[in-house]
Design a protein. Structure first.
Length: 288
């Protein structure tokens, strides 16, 4: 039978904006030793803004932005939204045929009579297109038109005001290691990791690589120690499912993520995780 105190604990957590989907997860919060955060939309706002457009071809900046915006026509990725916002005009879907969103890489599309690629270094490498190495620190979207490199777009996201507090509180509560995983580039990942005093950063990961990182950690930890993964769920549902406790950020998260998660933070504040751990601790003291 489930001790009554757990229901009180789940209720207290929900008043704090944290939905816990079972008393076992609430109890599990008492043994959390590793907290793994996804970057985009979890520790950062996921509100990207285009900062610069750099041409490396005969195509001018306006053309590069136009092609990139059309490539992103059907994508709801935060990167895609920022490019479409910078472009600023309505998109005529009839100009697009053959649309492919390649998870963790970018987009391949046919725009009128041109083939367009918009995405990261991995996308350029897999298509064997040589690209310019940007000097700017930011999320970079490389653009190739008809298989020739055109240039790149520099996009910046911002760390959430709440993220530093969240990480500090978790460390105070006895979490051994805070890890950040991201599909974004190393320069961005390391800069954000340093500013938030995250213990480990793994960048340039595909969604399946994030699952592998959890598996490696799982093999190293003591049996009783729990691993939490916190993500917004865009491309990350398998990672949520693989963690001992999967936490979705409900504020920005996708429906699939909320479904796959064991705990849902109903706001966009990662510090709610530490608050839920406090509730779990009090609940244990009442129950046992
Ligand atoms: P994160 O791990 O930061 O949440 P994702 O796994 O969602 O990031 O994406 C990883 C990387 O794949 C992005 O940083 C970007 O380089 C590239 N990417 C994904 N989707 C798109 C898109 N729609 N347009 C351009 N690039 C994309
Ligand atoms: Mg993500």
């Amino acid at each position: 039978s489930i001790p009554l105190g757990f229901f009180g604990g789940i209720g207290a957590a929900s008043k704090n904006g944290v939905l816990v989907k079972g008393s076992n997860y609430l109890e599990g919060l008492n043994n959390v030793k590793y907290v793994v955060f996804d970057k985009t939309g979890t520790l950062t706002k996921g509100a990207f803004k285009v900062k610069a457009i750099v041409s490396a071809s005969d195509w001018n900046q306006e053309h590069i932005l136009l092609y990139a915006a059309y490539a992103e026509t059907y994508s709801s990725h935060p990167i895609a939204l920022s490019i479409k916002e910078a472009y600023g005009f309505d998109l005529d879907e009839h100009r697009i045929t053959d649309y492919n969103e390649i998870s963790g890489h970018g987009i391949q599309v046919t725009f009128e009579n041109s083939s367009v690629l918009a995405g990261n270094e991995k996308l350029m490498q897999s298509e064997e297109i040589s690209f310019v190495k940007p000097t700017e620190v930011g999320t970079i979207v490389h653009v190739a038109i008809n298989h020739k490199y055109a240039g790149y777009i520099v996009i910046a996201d911002e760390v959430k005001d709440d993220s530093a507090t969240a990480i500090r509180s978790l460390k105070q509560m006895g979490v051994k290691k805070i890890i950040m995983l991201t599909g974004d580039n190393k320069a961005v990942g390391e800069a954000i990791g340093r500013s938030l005093e995250v213990d480990e950063v793994h960048a340039e990961l595909l969604p399946q690589h994030k699952v592998e990182e959890l598996e490696k950690l799982d093999a190293k930890k003591l049996p009783k120690e729990k691993i939490i993964f916190v993500g917004d769920g865009i491309n990350d549902t398998p990672v949520l499912a693989r963690a001992d406790i999967g936490v979705a950020m409900g504020g920005l998260g996708s429906d699939a993520a909320i479904e796959a998660a064991d705990i849902v933070i109903m706001t966009d504040e990662p510090s709610k995780l530490a608050a839920a751990m406090q509730v779990a601790k009090k609940t244990r003291n009442i129950v046992w």
